[in-house]
Design a protein around this ligand. Structure first.
Ligand code: MG
Length: 385
């Protein structure tokens, strides 16, 4: 494998208007913010990564500004001038820096893209090259769509109908106390056969177990992260009380967390977000653990731009990702995105894997500049990068 020497790493803070806001039990943000990481090698190649963070510490503890601080002052200096043969060398270089998984994942992603390009491989094939030989990527990846909370049941049902018409075959709805059982009942009455799952984003406690049991009658694919964002143990108490499989999201930050959760019976399905676990290296460790334990797995999303989405799609193409991933077509998120070509929903609720090297999509510099200006305009006290 051809190595690269890291000459520079540029950080672009961007804000993009969303086609549709995603309201969850945490609320909604008016723009999708992200830090785009551009890694340049001494031989003129460019790799791109993304930290798709929020401006507030809601989904996780990190924000755009904390990640900028950690990247600029701690992570980037560890990589400058380094010659890397594999992105799996990056976590060791970052070992002295604790936490801050989204920040480290954004930078690590740029190194994965850079090294895949240096070796003229698609990122999906490059991931597979770090796995046993029977994990060849699939060319089409099954995906679903996540729909935020609407103001009325009628509006929610209309939006589900729209997404089904577009071709999505797995619908995920956000729930919170007061917007759960009646919602699921109304959806099931109108769409009796749709593949449906609910995401609570930590909105309940173990005291709500009896209430959550009322969701069992609606034939749900899973319920995602019903209890606290930092809990594993109480989920292990809830799981046996529900027929609906429990999927963990916010609680799992590493392969070790997932091993503990499986051991305790806290969840039977994993929503793997590479950024939440610190990057693709740790994601592949979790992937291997899911293979070993025959655990259903899918790849989650943070409303990434085309940069982060292309990389997540590459991970989702691996064959042990057995459930539809939260990676929708470009027109679900942005008009336009900062990359070309757009991802278009195809047959069987799927997206095609790009064919080019690395993430396989082209970053549009003028749109990045426009999105940088939008961030500056709406965040006047943020430092300039
Ligand atoms: Mg979730």
């Amino acid at each position: 494998m051809r190595p690269v020497t890291i000459e520079a790493i540029k950080l672009h803070v961007v804000a993009l208007p969303l086609v549709e806001l995603l309201t969850t039990s945490y609320g909604a943000e008016p723009f999708k913010s992200a830090i785009l990481v551009e890694a340049l090698s001494s031989d003129g190649l460019t790799g791109w990564g993304e930290s798709a963070l929020k401006t507030q510490p809601s989904y996780g503890a990190e924000t755009i500004l904390t990640a900028l601080h950690i990247m600029r002052d701690f992570l980037v200096p560890k990589l400058l001038g380094q010659t890397l043969r594999s992105p799996t060398e990056v976590p060791a270089l970052f070992r002295s820096i604790r936490g801050n998984n989204h920040a480290r994942a954004g930078i690590e992603a740029a190194i994965w893209d850079l090294l895949a390009k240096a070796n003229r491989m698609r990122l999906a094939d490059y991931f597979a090259a770090h796995l046993p030989p029977d994990h060849t990527p699939r060319e089409r990846v099954a995906v679903g769509v996540s729909i935020g909370m609407q103001d009325t049941l009628d509006a929610q049902l209309a939006l589900i109908a729209k997404r089904l018409d577009e071709g999505y075959q797995r619908i995920k709805l956000k729930i919170a106390p007061g917007w759960d059982v009646e919602l699921a009942k109304a959806v099931r009455e109108r769409f009796p056969d749709v593949t449906l799952m609910l995401d609570a984003n930590s909105a309940y406690t173990l005291d709500d177990a009896a209430h959550l049991q009322a969701l069992d009658q609606f034939d749900l694919l899973m319920i995602e992260q019903p209890l606290a964002h930092d809990d594993i143990y109480q989920h292990s108490r809830l799981g046996p009380q529900l027929k609906t499989p429990v999927c963990l999201d916010e609680s799992i930050h590493s392969a070790q967390d997932w091993r503990i959760a499986l051991h305790l019976g806290a969840g039977s399905i994993l929503n793997l977000k590479p950024a939440r676990v610190g990057g693709f290296g740790e994601s592949l460790a979790i992937y291997r653990l899911c293979v070993e334990t025959k655990t259903p797995l899918w790849i989650g999303g943070m409303l990434e731009t085309g940069i982060g989405r292309a990389a997540n799609l590459a991970l989702a193409s691996l064959p042990a990702v057995t459930l539809p991933s939260d990676i929708s077509a470009t027109d679900r998120y942005y008009a336009p995105d900062i990359t070309e070509p757009p991802f278009v929903l195809g047959a069987g609720s799927s997206l095609s894997l790009p064919t080019g090297a690395g993430i396989g999509v082209d970053v549009q510099r003028d749109r990045v500049e426009e999105a940088r200006n939008r961030w500056q305009q709406h965040n006047p006290f943020a430092p300039l990068f």
